[in-house]
Write a protein that binds this ligand. Structure first.
Ligand code: NAD
Length: 730
């Protein structure tokens, strides 16, 4: 028998060593070839009398296995639910056969049959379907690396662990631990896994296989605990156990509170665990596959997998990179300005393995960048996430300076000085006078057109925009903005650099606000208009939470500050003159900032009060100035306004080519301003409800609240033609 994805070697004791090494993948993943090979291997172990047991390990140094190939799952097109179920159940059936050697549960329970011993030698991370394979082995021995991850992250893309995870985990570590792991998707480390009973042994990586073989040899006849007479769930389980009854009541309530009913996967995980805990494992696995199939065939899961996994990965790997541009070798980056953004950019750059020369007006200002990183590193040291030595090494890679000559050997420039065209023009000229002729110059401006700034450059084809978000070390999106004259090499360098700092990039058009800043202000304005109309601030914040927004729009306005909003209104008015279109929040912002001194979180509070050491709460004083309306709108109405205040500008950006395609619109929204991740993004959401429904809802909102809700004309045409935003295969 030849295999494509595994090696299968039987030693003189009759112990098979299966080493998984899926070709063409950096990490092992369950794909069609591996499922086929593994199923054949399991049959062989069960049927060949000369094979006494097996050890399963990974042939890759990157880890044991990272789960299922989500590209494969996203593309499953089953002709019926029955067929989809059979496809989903296939892995479960194989893993069940692995742990039973094909013996019936009844015979195993009665002790009339035994399974051949199987041990997993886990030499690196085991996630999702990887961990589920490990759990189906009788003995689990894991390398003693504290950072090694063992987890089931499927819920993060709207799925559930469908390879037995919802059944074997609770049978090993108890319902509560298992539910926490599977609903949060957060991994655990080997020591914790051993304490909980998920694995039996932790050992040095080089000893794993030998120790696993020893165990197999010493235990010729075995069975999983749940295949033995008298098995009980650790910590209690089943419909009659008061501990598990109480647990399920609390867990369901908590899950719905946290997810606002937006994530069926969370509900289904708990259902799998409840239903599965009152039936034998063979039935339980079928229950799991039933819920898994339901999720896999839902639009929501398809959208989440597509955006949060497939398109995110492709973007990060550089899907938008011009193919012919030579790879950039970026070792040292020159960062101009050591303020909030420059310091954050310095930090992520060093974290990405590069050195930084950071320049400011004087040495003291430049040293801010060191202080910024030091604060983060000190916290990490105190939490045991890094060591003092590593923190010092990190800081030694930052060279603060006020002397342009220190920039002469850098491989890339990122400019983050004041948002003032004259200041920017000056630093562009001074920098270009010293840097190498080929060096790409990127500006982190948030409002100034890149094409305009490039006029101050003697090499406009090497000039580009790179728009980071604050705080840089936490915000996952990077907007890359080619100006009119930016060349392929500039775009390639921006994407090559991005790959090192591991952000999610989108490439957008050079227009005012780029993409994200064309959508966020109308959304925040809508929330302010609601307050102005007398809608209860708590209703607004709760409506946003139930949409799935991670922070309410009023809290977000406080973060970005009302004074910034007020300043932008004034500067935009000045810049556009007669072309300025009032948004309706001008007088509101003026009252809040100028009259009431409500600037935002950092200075005296805004929509919220921020008591020292206490929890923030909505400022009750606001109703004195903006009295509450007697008739409050329904939560649905508020939700619609907040949702469409984002969908409409996002759809205009798509229609006008400001974002090039639906996938960039979706990635930018979720990773840029936290648009409800369960939707897969605005374009996915619109496709799911259908363009016709979208246009008609937008029209009805426009009729009631104004033209800001008008959908783009091209969306109306697409709706008429029955089109979708995503082409079928995207
Ligand atoms: P900041 O005021 O915190 O920092 C600006 C830094 O530039 C200061 O340290 C200042 O000393 C330095 N500087 C000013 N003139 C200089 C000169 N001639 N030579 C060298 N250094 C000089 O501002 P910030 O918030 O970090 O913003 C910087 C840039 O990033 C701006 O273009 C801004 O629009 C953009 N941006 C800001 C945010 C944000 O959330 N703050 C987000 C995205 C982009």
């Amino acid at each position: 028998m030849t295999y494509k994805t595994i090696s299968f070697d039987v030693d003189s004791d009759g112990i098979a060593l299966i080493s998984i090494d899926v070709p063409g993948e950096t990490m092992n993943v369950w794909n069609a070839d591996l499922i086929e090979d593994f199923t054949a291997a399991v049959d062989r172990i069960a049927e060949d009398d000369d094979i006494k047991g097996a050890v399963i390990t990974s042939g890759k140094t990157t880890g044991f296995m990272a789960g299922a190939d989500l590209n494969m799952l996203g593309g499953v097109e089953a002709s019926s639910m029955t067929e989809a179920f059979e496809q989903a159940f296939r892995l479960n059936a194989t893993l069940r056969k692995l742990e039973t050697s094909g013996k019936s549960a009844k015979d195993l329970k009665k002790g009339m049959a035994h399974a051949k011993p199987i041990a997993a030698a886990v030499n690196g991370l085991a996630l999702g379907g990887g961990l589920e394979l490990v759990l189906a082995c009788h003995y689990r021995i894991v390398a003693d690396h504290p950072k090694l991850q063992l987890g089931v992250p499927e819920s993060q893309v709207g799925l559930l662990p469908g390879g037995g995870g919802t059944q074997r985990l609770p049978r090993l570590i108890g319902l509560q631990n298992a539910a926490m792991m599977a609903t949060s998707g957060k991994p655990t480390d080997p020591a914790t896994a051993k304490n909980q009973g998920m694995i039996q042994e932790v050992a040095p990586a080089e000893e794993l296989v030998a120790k696993a073989k020893e165990w197999v040899k010493a235990n010729p006849k075995t069975a999983q605990p749940w295949d033995k007479q008298g098995f009980k769930f650790p910590g209690g389980g089943g419909a009659m156990d008061p501990r598990s009854v109480q647990f399920f009541m609390a867990a369901n309530a908590m899950a719905q509170k946290q997810t606002n009913h937006n994530y069926p996967a969370i509900q289904y995980i708990l259902s799998c665990m409840y239903e599965g805990s009152i039936v034998p494992i063979d039935t339980a696995l079928r229950i799991e596959s039933k819920y898994f199939t339901k999720l896999l065939s839902s639009d929501q899961t398809r959208n989440m997998i597509r955006t949060l996994f497939v398109n995110k990965q492709a973007a990060e790997k550089g899907a938008a990179r011009p193919k012919d541009a030579p790879p950039s070798d970026i070792k040292t980056v020159g960062v101009l300005g050591a303020g909030l953004m420059g310091s954050g950019i310095t930090h992520v750059t060093v974290k990405g393995g590069m050195n930084v020369v950071v320049l400011d007006r004087d040495m003291e200002a430049a040293e801010n960048a060191i202080a910024y990183s030091k604060k983060i590193l000190d916290k990490n040291v105190s939490r045991g996430k890094t060591t003092k030595e590593k923190a010092e090494e990190f800081l030694s890679k930052i060279k603060p300076t006020a002397d342009y000559n220190d920039l002469k050997d850098v491989d890339l420039i990122i400019e983050a000085v004041f948002e003032d065209p004259d200041v920017k023009a000056d630093v562009i000229r001074k920098t270009e006078a010293v840097i190498g002729e080929d060096v790409i110059f990127a500006s982190n401006t948030s409002t100034l057109p890149i094409t305009g700034l490039a006029k101050h450059s003697s090499r406009p084809e090497q000039f580009i925009g790179m728009h980071f978000f604050s705080p840089v070390e936490r915000m996952p999106l990077l907007e890359i903005i080619p100006g009119e004259q930016s060349g392929d090499r500039a775009l390639a360098a921006a994407l090559d650099y991005n790959r090192k700092i591991r952000k999610t990039p989108i490439v957008v058009k050079d227009v005012r606000g780029f993409y994200t800043n064309r959508v966020v202000p109308p959304y925040l304005n809508e929330a302010m208009l609601l307050v102005k109309e007398g809608v209860k601030p708590a209703l607004i914040e709760n409506a946003a939470a139930s949409l799935g927004m991670p922070v309410g729009p009023l809290a977000l306005t406080d973060e970005t500050s009302l004074s910034l909003g007020w300043m932008l209104v004034q500067s935009t008015k000045k810049e556009l003159g007669a072309d300025y279109k009032p948004t309706g929040v001008e007088d509101f912002l003026e009252t809040m900032v100028e009259k009431l001194g409500r600037h935002g979180r950092k200075s005296g509070g805004g929509f919220y009060e921020y008591p020292e050491g206490g929890k923030k709460y909505l400022w009750p004083g606001i109703s004195e100035y903006f009295p509450l309306a007697e008739d409050q709108p329904s939560a649905e109405e508020v939700k619609d306004r907040l949702l469409y205040a984002q969908l409409i500008p996002a759809s205009h950006c798509l229609a006008d080519g400001i974002v090039p395609d639906p996938k960039s619109a979706d990635l930018g929204a979720i990773f840029g301003w936290g648009f409800a991740p369960w939707t897969g993004g605005p374009a996915s959401y619109i496709d799911t409800i259908g363009l016709e429904e979208f246009v008609s809802k937008a029209d009805s909102l426009a009729q009631r609240y104004g033209e800001r809700f008008h959908p783009p004309a091209s969306f109306r045409d697409k709706a008429k033609a029955g089109d979708k935003l995503y082409a079928k295969a995207a």
